[in-house]
Design a protein around this ligand. Structure first.
Ligand SMILES: O=C(O)CCC(=O)C(=O)O
Ligand SMILES: [Fe+2]
Length: 399
C-alpha cells in the first residue's frame, strides 16, 4: 500500500443517494473544465440560489474525509479543498497523469472519486486505469469509491467515453488549511438570505448564473454558431420542450441568440408530445429541476398521486399550431446542434417521455418537489449558525 496508497470502497453510497446526486447534477450543471465534461461545483450551487442542494453532500464529504484520514493515517489533518459533481460524455477522456500536476490544485494531497452510475449500464468506455500496482483497471459502478494520493505513486488515466454520460462526485483533500473550501463557501453562504421566508417556495427557485455557463461547447458561448443550451437540451432528452409564457416574447428568427437566452430567465411553460402543461415555471432551471426530480422519484410520485389530492391546479391542454411554431422556433435557436445534444446527454438509459397528460401526477410532482426543497432549506438554515461558529461545514445529525 505504501508504494501505491489507494483504497477501493464498494457500495459506499446507496443507490438512492447516487440517484439524488445525479438529480442535483443534471438540474444544475454547467460546462466543465475539459472537453465534453459538465460540472456542478458547490460554489455554483450557492451562487444560483440552490445552496440547500449542498445538504445531501455534507454527510458524504464528512464520511469520505474520515475514510481518507483513517486509511492514509492522517486523522484530523485534512481539509476538503474542492467538492464537485462531474459528468463526462462521449468523447471525454484523460491520459496518464497524477492529480498534483495542475496549477489550480497544487496543494491537493489526495482525492476521492465516487461513481454515481455504472459502466456498461449508463455508459460505455470510461474505464479508470492505474499505471502501476493493483488494481490496474476499475470499471465504475454506482456507489463505489476510489481513494488515492494525488502524487506520482498513483498515475492514472480514464479511457474515452464511447456512449452515455459517466457521472461522479469528486473530492480533493489538502493538508493546507489555507485551501479549505469551507471558509470560502461560508463567506458566499453568509451572503445569501437563507433564513428569510423559509416557507415560501418562490424563494427557493434556482436562478441562472449571470454569465452564460450553460452553452455547449463553451468556445461558442459568445457566438452561438453551433452547439446547444445545456438546460434546453436536458429537458429535450427527457421529452419536454419549452414554451415562453409572455406573449411579447415572440421573437423573430432574426433576433440574436442573446435575446433567446434572456427568455430562459423568464417564466415559461413545458410541452410534452402534443400537450402543453398549463403551469408556469419561474425560469428554465426551475423547470429542469422539477423534471429531473421527477426522473429520480417517478415511482413514488405515481403512488402519491393516487393517494393524495392535488395541492396545485394544473390543466393539460392540447398544443395549438401557434404553440407548436413558437416551440420549434426556440428549438432551432437553442438546440442548434440537436444531434450533438442527444449524443452527449441523451443516453438510452434516459428514456424519453412521449406524453405527460396526467394532471394529478403533475400536481403530485410539484408538491413533492416543493416539500423536498423546503425540507433541505430548513435543514440548511438550522445548520448555518453552527457552521459559521465552527468555520466548518458538517452534518449536525452525525455530530
Ligand atoms: O473520473 C475519474 O474516474 C477520474 C478523473 C480524473 O482522473 C481527473 O479528473 O483527474
Ligand atoms: Fe485524475
Amino acid at each position: 500500500m505504501a508504494e501505491h496508497p489507494r483504497l477501493i470502497l464498494r457500495n459506499f453510497l446507496s443507490p438512492d443517494t447516487c440517484k439524488e446526486l445525479e438529480f442535483i447534477h443534471k438540474s444544475c450543471c454547467t460546462v466543465g473544465y475539459r472537453p465534453n465534461v459538465f460540472s456542478t461545483t458547490v460554489s455554483h450551487l450557492i451562487a444560483t440560489n440552490s445552496a440547500h442542494l449542498i445538504m445531501p453532500l455534507v454527510p458524504i464529504r464528512e464520511r469520505l474525509k474520515e475514510k481518507v484520514e483513517e486509511h492514509f493515517g492522517c486523522e484530523y489533518e485534512l481539509f476538503v479543498e474542492f467538492t464537485g459533481l462531474v459528468s463526462w460524455s462521449k468523447g471525454a477522456s484523460i491520459g496518464w497523469h497524477s492529480d498534483d500536476n495542475r496549477d489550480y490544485l497544487k496543494q491537493s494531497g489526495s482525492k476521492a472519486v465516487c461513481y454515481l452510475n455504472s459502466y456498461e449500464v449508463d455508459f460505455t468506455g470510461g474505464l479508470f486505469h492505474f499505471q502501476d500496482g493493483e488494481p490496474s483497471t476499475i470499471a465504475p459502478m454506482a456507489g463505489d469509491v476510489i481513494l488515492y494520493t494525488a502524487d506520482n505513486r498513483n498515475i492514472h488515466s480514464v479511457s474515452e467515453i464511447l456512449e452515455g454520460e459517466r457521472t461522479t462526485l469528486t473530492l480533493w483533500f489538502s493538508r493546507d488549511a489555507s485551501h479549505d473550501e469551507d471558509a470560502k463557501l461560508l463567506i458566499s453562504l453568509s451572503d445569501c438570505s437563507l433564513s428569510s421566508s423559509l416557507d415560501s417556495i418562490t424563494s427557493c427557485v434556482p436562478t441562472l448564473a449571470s454569465n452564460n455557463m450553460y452553452w455547449f461547447p463553451p468556445e461558442e458561448a459568445s457566438r452561438f454558431q453551433s452547439g446547444f443550451d445545456i438546460c434546453t437540451a436536458r429537458l429535450h432528452v427527457l421529452g419536454f420542450d419549452i414554451f415562453p409564457s409572455c406573449e411579447d416574447c415572440y421573437l423573430s428568427r432574426q433576433d440574436s441568440c442573446h435575446n433567446f437566452l434572456k427568455l430562459l430567465k423568464e417564466p415559461l411553460y413545458l410541452a410534452c408530445g402534443d400537450k402543453l402543461l398549463a403551469w408556469e415555471f419561474v425560469n428554465i432551471l426551475h423547470a429542469l429541476q422539477v423534471m429531473q426530480f421527477y426522473r429520480w422519484k417517478e415511482l413514488e410520485i405515481e403512488e402519491t398521486a393516487q393517494l393524495k389530492g392535488c395541492c396545485i391546479n394544473v390543466n393539460v391542454i392540447p398544443l395549438s399550431e401557434l404553440h407548436r411554431q413558437k416551440i420549434d422556433q426556440l428549438k432551432v435557436v437553442l438546440l442548434k446542434d440537436l444531434q450533438l445534444a442527444v449524443t452527449l446527454l441523451g443516453h438510452t438509459s434516459n428514456k424519453k417521455r412521449e406524453s405527460f397528460d396526467d394532471e394529478l401526477r403533475f400536481s403530485a410532482l410539484v408538491c413533492e418537489w416543493e416539500s423536498y426543497t423546503l425540507k433541505l432549506r430548513k435543514e440548511m438554515a438550522m445548520s448555518l449558525p453552527y457552521w459559521t461558529a465552527h468555520q466548518s461545514i458538517f452534518s449536525l445529525s452525525q455530530s
